[in-house]
Design a protein around this ligand. Structure first.
Ligand code: ZN
Length: 928
């Protein structure tokens, strides 16, 4: 068994690289099954390294070594890899190393002795088999196209190298291949030379003028069509923009191209950042482990985040495409120009870049809606991660397989931490801080501390306590108590914080938490928000952002417990706290249903207004869960119906926001709130509320549906998007009535839809109800779209997440469907991922068949694609949250996974940590 005890890597062991690479010349003789790679490295000892070791260790895996040549300048080898035919002929050369001069291990090449005083040139020739590479790391084949994925450690599967982000160098890459097989040959930077060769071959040389680590290297070769456009930067430089896709996808690139131009303009306007090369390329590939990759000048994207046409992509696909295109583009500065010193610092580039893409999408669409969607995801998925056995800080201090740390914690919580800095220093202060960060560190590989240092220096503030957010795992619980003193006319809020233990971190220090607060009068108007001691020098007074405006205040909680007093309040106000979700915490505050209904009607903070509705629904559903568990009849409080009715009767400009106000918390979010998760009770209670609202407000939902139904083809503008969203929310409510007219309405929408949003919304309703035409609609959808892989992914996912009783049998049958392919990550996610992560009711069936099914797939995927296999284990990690019967069933499957022959590091790490005894599987609320 390989990797029985895989090695753990620790942040505290970091040392600077022993060698520097000054330049690399790569030459690829491309072939699907036997690509020959020549790499010519100019190296020297790193003067900053303390090590006395005179060997040179390069990382490398899964390749055939052909030759090594070491030229220290005394006896020149004369091999010139900058020629397109630089590959050597068979006979030995001067300076070739003999077998006793190096050691080849499973994952490294160790050269016994290299020059310590002068630069030297190391040339390595090896071969790799892209077709056999189903892990999709390094160079691989996707739908007949050769492409690469090097982050985090894929480059070592291409050639031997110092594969670590703090080794940055200049790349010159020559690609040689058959003209018909690989008409397009792409790599990073600018195209500097090209030509023809005998035997129908051609070559292209690319030169990247910017130093970069090898994880940003990319190569693409194949039969691709190019869609072109142009962008003029703020300083007047013309940039060529190119999107490469397969021929039948050329008509689905307009939105991606427009998104790229929007992102380029936004980064100039908001951050003053301009693009630096003359060419920006995006390639869409169908087999991709992640969403997209920011390789310098040559982004490689999952097709899912490029291709869109109104009839094939939903409004939310459109939004995601713009967000991901923006994200990868923004990385050019936050990730590429300034990169991470080591992989523990991943949140340096990801947290900041996610924050940037969130703001970009908010500016492009609706800030209120974007914030709610982001918080929803954070609280549903990241909070679960933070409360489970794999909890880790946004800057982890240990890992076995870095691929396992591309997590919601590093990305989404990382973005929340950056957002808190933004809140603390304000928009202008944040811009000053980011300007300083770019100025100080351009061209360097740095740490999260360097980022915080720049924010501190530019704003003259102390973030030393704030830095604990980078080091402490777990979601803090923020408890709020209020006391109104009528004689003093003051309100005192007592805030306390507590963070539950997480694996390896039993005790937590208090964090620096910004808490935004507003106050409301009984008639819904804004109450004065004057903090006692504000403006005076008092140890209790917050140092920064005290009372920037009179209707809102940012409290700075830094101790375990702290009291804040507001004055000049003639009547007890209603408190709106944690506005905008100003910190990633769980808020505990006693609220009556009436108070929540009041905030849902009057809070001027768009986030808290929505949040009040969520809490109202959450409280009611949790009461119904208890009723269901105890066999009592369920009744929905009239306060809930009246609150929703009140929302329905108001006029709304932002229809997407309106539809969010009408949406109940998801089953997954409700599960997150329970001590022992009961999937059946959650489903029954939530469905009962939906049905009750549909029955009592049917006329309003009907009217709203009709008023917003248009025969539109699906343009991406906020008015049309909002109309579709509110209309489809109404359809979803009405479908709960399960009557003939509603069946007809959904089928009619399905048949007549001119855009994917409407078609998909109708099909979702049909598939999640006992609709008589269900199979007929599914079949016709499949036949309509079988040539569109991304639409077929939706078809799989929809069936896998259905709440109908036959779902498990359907999932098993779909595994045998000719369109299913275990080697395609998008397909795996759409069927196995959707079933295990978006269908709690059926995945957690009490007989354990869902768990057994998932374990079977993980074991099969372990060999094919460890990264995807490990992602799938995620659905089993929170097993301690369930009842004893389910716990035993899940544990058995985790143990079975652990016995997998040749278990990968990826799967081993997640499964073993899930089973570890010390793992915290409790709800954080238990630890108050
Ligand atoms: Zn990223």
């Amino acid at each position: 068994m390989r990797d029985a005890n895989p090695q753990t890597i620790y942040l505290k062991d970091y040392t600077v690289p022993e060698y520097l690479i000054h330049s690399v010349g790569l030459n690829f003789a491309l072939d699907d099954e036997n690509t020959r790679v020549s790499s010519r490295l100019t190296l020297s000892r790193n003067p900053a390294s303390q090590s006395k070791d005179t060997t040179l260790t390069l990382s490398g895996e899964n390749m055939k070594l052909i030759r090594i040549n070491l030229d220290d300048g005394t006896n020149p080898s004369g091999a010139d890899l900058h020629l397109p035919e630089g590959l050597w002929a068979g006979q030995p050369r001067v300076n070739d190393l003999s077998k006793d001069q190096y050691l080849q291990t499973q994952d490294a090449l160790i050269i016994n002795q290299v020059p310590q005083q002068q630069r030297f040139v190391l040339t390595i020739e090896n071969s790799i088999n892209p077709k056999a590479n189903t892990a999709l790391e390094g160079l691989y084949l996707s739908s007949g196209m050769l492409c690469t994925q090097c982050e985090a450690e894929g480059f070592r599967k291409i050639t031997y190298f110092l594969d670590r982000p703090d080794v940055m160098t200049l790349f010159t890459t020559t690609l040689v291949g058959d003209k018909d097989r690989y008409p397009v040959l792409l790599s990073n930077g600018n195209k500097v030379a090209q030509g023809e060769l005998p035997d129908n071959r051609h070559w292209v040389t690319w030169e990247d003028p910017f130093n970069k680590p090898c994880y940003l290297f990319a190569l693409v070769a194949g039969q691709l069509e190019c869609v072109e456009d142009r962008f003029t930067t703020q300083s007047g430089r013309d940039i060529d923009l190119q999107i490469f896709v397969e021929k039948h996808d050329v008509d689905k690139c307009d939105h991606a191209m427009q998104s790229l131009k929007n992102a380029m303009l936004w980064d100039e306007q908001v951050y003053g950042r301009e693009y630096d090369l003359d060419l920006y390329m995006i390639v869409a590939v169908s087999h991709f482990n992640m969403g997209a990759m920011e390789n310098k000048g040559l982004n490689v994207f999952n097709t899912k985040f490029v291709l869109a046409r109104p009839d094939t992509a939903t409004d939310s696909d459109y939004e995601h495409i713009e967000g991901v295109i923006g994200h990868e583009y923004f990385h050019n500065w936050t990730g590429n120009r300034i990169t991470c010193r080591d992989w523990f610092q991943l949140s340096l580039k990801e947290g900041f870049t996610v924050f940037r893409d969130q703001e970009f999408t908010g500016d492009r669409t609706s800030k209120a809606v974007k914030r709610i969607e982001d918080v929803n995801m954070l609280r549903t998925r990241q909070f679960a991660e933070d409360a489970g056995p794999l909890a880790h800080p946004i800057r982890p201090d240990a890992y076995i397989e870095i691929n396992n740390f591309y997590t919601l914690t590093v990305y989404e919580k990382g973005a929340e931490v950056v957002r808190m800095i933004h809140t603390l220093v304000g928009a202008d202060g944040f811009r000053k801080g980011s300007d300083l960060y770019f100025e100080r560190h351009d061209g360097q590989a740095v740490t999260c501390d360097d980022f915080v240092n720049a924010m501190e220096a530019a704003n003259n503030i102390d973030l030393s306590q704030f830095r604990r957010w980078y080091a402490q795992a777990g979601t803090p619980v923020l408890t709020v108590q209020q006391h109104y003193d009528p004689s003093a006319q003051t309100l005192t809020l007592t805030l306390s914080q507590n963070c539950p233990p997480t694996p390896g971190q039993a005790l937590k220090e208090p964090l620096h938490i910004p808490v935004t607060v507003g106050l409301l009068n009984k008639d819904g108007s804004v109450a004065p928000c004057k903090l006692q001691g504000c403006g005076e020098t008092s140890p209790k007074a917050p140092a920064v952002g005290c009372c920037p405006k009179t209707d809102e205040v940012i409290l700075q909680l830094t101790e375990s417990e702290q009291a804040f007093t507001f004055e000049n309040l003639t009547e007890p106000p209603v408190v709106s706290i944690l506005r905008g979700f100003s910190a990633p915490v769980k808020l505990v505050m006693e609220r009556s249903l009436d108070e929540l209904a009041f905030l849902l009607s009057y809070d001027s903070d768009t986030f808290n207004r929505w949040e009040a509705g969520q809490q109202l629904a959450g409280q009611i559903i949790s009461g119904l869960i208890a009723d269901w568990q105890n066999g009592r009849d369920m009744h929905v409080s009239p306060i809930m119906v009246a609150a929703i009715q009140q929302v329905l009767e108001q006029p709304w400009d932002d229809l997407s926001y309106f539809s969010l106000l009408l949406s109940l918390p998801s089953e997954t979010y409700l599960a997150e709130q329970m001590q022992v998760v009961d999937v059946e009770a959650i489903h029954a209670a939530r469905e009962f509320v939906l049905l009750t609202l549909a029955e009592q407000l049917e006329a309003q939902f009907q009217a709203l549906y009709r008023n917003n139904h248009r025969d539109e083809s699906g343009q991406f503008d906020s008015g049309a998007i909002g109309r579709r969203r509110i209309k489809n929310t109404c359809l979803s409510y009405l479908s709960k009535l399960e009557n003939k007219p509603i069946y007809q309405l959904s089928q009619q929408q399905f048949n007549q839809a001119k855009n994917m949003t409407d078609q998909m919304a109708a099909l979702t309703v049909i598939v999640n109800n006992p609709h008589p035409a269900k199979q007929q609609c599914l079949d016709s959808f499949y036949h309509q779209w079988q040539a569109e892989a991304l639409v077929i992914d939706k078809w799989f996912a929809l069936q896998a997440s259905s709440s109908m009783p036959e779902t498990f049998a359907t999932v098993q049958a779909l595994m045998q469907h000719p369109a299913f392919d275990l080697k395609n990550p998008n397909r795996v996610r759409s069927l196995i991922g959707a079933f295990s992560q978006s269908n709690p009711l059926h995945f957690h069936a009490a007989n354990g068949r869902g768990y057994r099914f998932l374990a079977d797939q993980i074991i099969a995927l372990n060999t094919l694609n460890p990264q995807i296999a490990s992602r799938m284990v995620g659905a089993l990690t929170s097993w301690r949250r369930f009842d004893e019967g389910r716990q035993a069933l899940i544990k058995t499957q985790l143990e079975r996974i652990m016995t997998t022959e040749a278990i990968s590091k990826d799967v081993y790490e997640v499964a073993s940590k899930s089973l570890a005894v010390e793992a915290a599987g409790r709800s954080p609320l238990q630890n108050q």
